[in-house]
Ligand binder design. Structure first.
Ligand SMILES: Cc1ncc(COP(=O)(O)O)c(CN[C@@H](CS)C(=O)O)c1O
Length: 407
């Protein structure tokens, strides 16, 4: 790993200087959203002070520079995930929006009564509920890939779930509740051998590991800008061109049309067919700065640094009496979920907050995961490129204080 200048990196994130409850902020809720570097913050101000205009429509200068900047992000996203063409990068509101787009547009057109959709036992609600809504509408059925006690998918069970009615697999790349990295490339290959398309939820992946959609040969891939150091309200749906072209849009309005008459409307080409109305322009433009920031450090360097930090955290946390990790997969990144015997996650989280330490407690929008492990929820610390071993030490000391107060 090239020299990882953590002090310079932390200086790039103004919020990390602040205090919470009179203590230095220790932000360990990056699975929920990441903090933003100065470059992203300044870009938002710059957009509104020097560029603001609507995109894809105006003939005037400001509209042109805003449109150009928005499309620069699309091209940057194309190379970030190694998509063949930028028209396969649909700009959405985020992962949830992207998955709902596929469930609605691909689902309505190509999944029918009696068909089956395979999802995994570790999915986020946004990769469960849209498929349930589709099945309620179309009479299709969801099959679930079980996982073992370590939080790893049962690949033999996965293979056995396929039958002639299977039409789609939807699986998370990295579990937001467990940190498990799933073997999605292998899962895609198995599905393709049976003629089944695959959507990968990459919300917890793109900021931690290199995601290459051509290497994966994935059919759809979804992620959010705010989890990769960019603004909220912007995300991506990547799709194979032939699939996106075959799917009808589900939102009608401006930009997604070629010609509108009261008799008939023809739709625009990709990507605009799926981008009705005014997008979150500033978020779309400023996501470019977030990608540049990640690339300036290098995903490989980020992956190596975060992995070293994760190993350090697991080793230190394991020394706390009563510690029980939830999610102990051999392949993990960023997320540490745990419970402490004799305490409730919420109580520990509240005490940590009083100490300036931000973690998440509860089911993390993954209630079936908690059911599978027979617990109401966990304490989740989720790491990012700016966290440090000193912060882990503060977390460990904070947990020990909480345990002394609660047990
Ligand atoms: C795996 C996974 N898939 C989809 C989503 C939804 O992302 P949106 O940007 O909200 O659309 C998330 C967001 N998980 C946050 C909020 S619940 C967490 O604290 O874990 C996710 O982790």
């Amino acid at each position: 790993m090239e020299t990882y200048n953590i002090d310079k990196i932390r200086a790039d994130f103004p919020i990390l200087k602040r205090e919470v409850n009179g203590k230095p902020l220790v932000y360990l809720d990056n699975g929920a959203t990441t903090q933003k570097p100065t470059a992203v913050i300044n870009a938002i101000a710059h957009y509104y002070t020097d560029m603001n205009s609507n995109v894809h429509r105006g003939v005037h200068y400001l509209s042109q520079i805003s449109t150009d900047a928005f499309e620069v992000t699309r091209k940057k996203l194309q190379s970030f995930i190694n998509a063949p063409e930028d028209k396969q990068v649909i700009i959405t509101k985020g992962t949830t929006d992207s998955i709902n787009l596929v469930a609605t547009c691909y689902g309505r057109a190509f999944i029918h009564a009696g068909d089956e959709i395979i999802i995994s036992a570790m999915e986020h609600h946004s990769n469960i509920v849209p498929w349930q809504m589709l099945c309620d509408e179309k009479g299709c059925k969801i099959r679930v890939i079980p996982m073992n006690d370590k939080g790893e998918l049962d690949m033999e069970a996965y293979q056995n779930l396929f039958n002639e009615k299977t039409k789609l697999v939807a699986v998370t790349y990295v579990s937001n509740a467990l940190g498990t990295i799933n073997p999605v490339k292998e899962m895609i290959s198995i599905a393709h051998d049976k003629g089944v398309v695959v959507l990968v939820d990459a919300a917890q992946a793109v900021q931690h590991i290199q995601v290459d959609v051509q290497d994966l040969d994935v059919d759809f891939l979804a992620f959010s800008g705010h989890k990769m150091y960019g603004p909220t309200g912007v995300g991506v749906l990547y799709g194979k061109e032939e699939l996106l072209n075959a799917m009808p849009p589900y939102q009608g309005g401006g930009d997604m049309i070629k010609e509108v008459t009261f008799e008939k409307t023809t739709y625009n080409e990709l990507p605009f067919k799926f981008e009705a109305g005014t997008p979150n322009i500033e978020a779309g433009i400023c996501l470019n700065e977030a990608i540049d920031y990640i690339n300036s450090i290098g995903l490989k360097n980020i992956e190596a640094y975060e992995h070293e930090l994760l190993d350090y955290a697991l080793e230190k946390l394991s020394q706390i009496p009563g510690m029980k990790f939830i999610g102990t997969a051999d392949q993990k990144c960023s997320v540490i979920s745990f419970i402490i015997e004799g305490t409730h996650p919420y109580d520990v989280g509240v005490i940590l907050d009083k100490l300036g330490i931000a973690v998440r407690t509860g089911h993390h929008c993954a209630q079936p995961v908690m059911d599978r492990f027979g617990i109401p929820g966990t304490i989740r610390a989720s790491l990012a490129l700016y966290n440090t071993k000193e912060e882990i030490d503060i977390l460990v000391a904070g947990i020990q204080r909480a345990v002394n107060m609660l047990v």
